[in-house]
Design a protein around this ligand. Structure first.
Ligand code: SAM
Length: 258
């Protein structure tokens, strides 16, 4: 495919066949399965998915790439649109579906939430992302990577890091390392929906003042008795608090105000 990589669409095309094989093996596509791929580009993953017999639909923002793909594969369902605006439930039409993509770095986080908040989320997702983003998504309490993204993702999905990919696997080479991650949306979020707004606020507040103790950062949002009631140390810092601990604080706040 004669196509110059467009920076504004985050086009770094996978060229390493070992990496491509590893990604496809992780996805393990089954014949007849509904799979949606975001950003097929030059078909690095698209080709093997079709060869495996998947019932594939692709979403590609770049008109030239989408047109050339459609020309080469007249039977492939090609949607030329911004994935952030796609109504995925229309693409899956109520069926079990899976989502895959080697995502441009600039859309990875908003896309994740766009998808996780759909009424019918996919059964799983396999994404290649900037390694740093995968580290943050999968981080456990206690380290510098743990924060809002870890809590938001782990609330909605089981998140498993799979493997790392270096810049040399792409053309052109990106300046950062990448990693492949699997997300399996939960049947329902770990934080009950009625506590979600309070949870989001507490997490936002606590991590916007990462160096402060919870007692200080949450002053005015959580009354001091909340710490004793939930067994959470008021002088702890936010990165040491588990999702369940934030959820307990949120539940306390909601109960106090209702
Ligand atoms: N899948 C190919 C591969 O692995 O070589 C291409 C990966 S490249 C990192 C990202 C692809 O996503 C490009 O084809 C790009 O045009 C497409 N893309 C970028 N932004 C997009 C968006 N908002 N919606 C849909 N596709 C997008």
């Amino acid at each position: 495919m004669n196509h110059r990589a467009r920076k504004r669409f985050g086009q770094n095309f996978l060229v390493d066949s070992t990496v491509i094989d590893r990604i496809v093996a992780s996805i393990a596509p089954q014949p007849g399965e509904r799979i949606v791929e975001i950003g097929p580009g030059r078909q690095a993953i698209t080709g093997p998915l079709i060869a495996a017999g998947a019932d594939l639909a692709v979403v590609e923002i770049d008109r030239d790439l989408a047109a050339s793909l459609q020309q080469r594969r007249p039977h492939l369902e090609v949607v030329c649109e911004d994935a952030l605006k796609v109504d995925f439930s229309a693409l899956s039409s109520g069926r079990r579906w899976r989502l895959v993509g080697n995502l441009p770095y600039n859309i990875s986080t908003p896309l994740l939430f766009h998808v996780l908040q759909q009424n019918e989320p996919p059964v799983d997702m396999h994404f290649m992302l900037q390694k740093e983003v995968v580290d943050r998504m999968t981080a456990a309490p206690g380290g510098g990577d743990y924060g809002r993204l870890s809590l938001a993702c782990q609330n909605l999905a089981e998140v498993t890091p799979l493997f790392q990919v270096g810049p040399e696997a792409f053309d052109p080479r990106p300046r950062v390392d990448s990693a492949v991650v699997r997300l399996q949306p939960r049947p329902s979020p770990r934080v009950p929906t009625v506590h979600q707004a309070a949870f989001d606020q507490l997490v936002l507040r606590a991590f916007s003042m990462r160096r402060k103790t919870l007692r200080n950062s949450l002053k005015g949002h959580v009354d001091p008795a909340a710490f004793e009631a939930t067994g959470i140390d008021p002088v702890a810092r936010p990165e040491t608090l588990s999702l369940d601990a934030f959820a307990a604080l949120a539940a306390y706040v909601v109960e106090q105000t209702s």
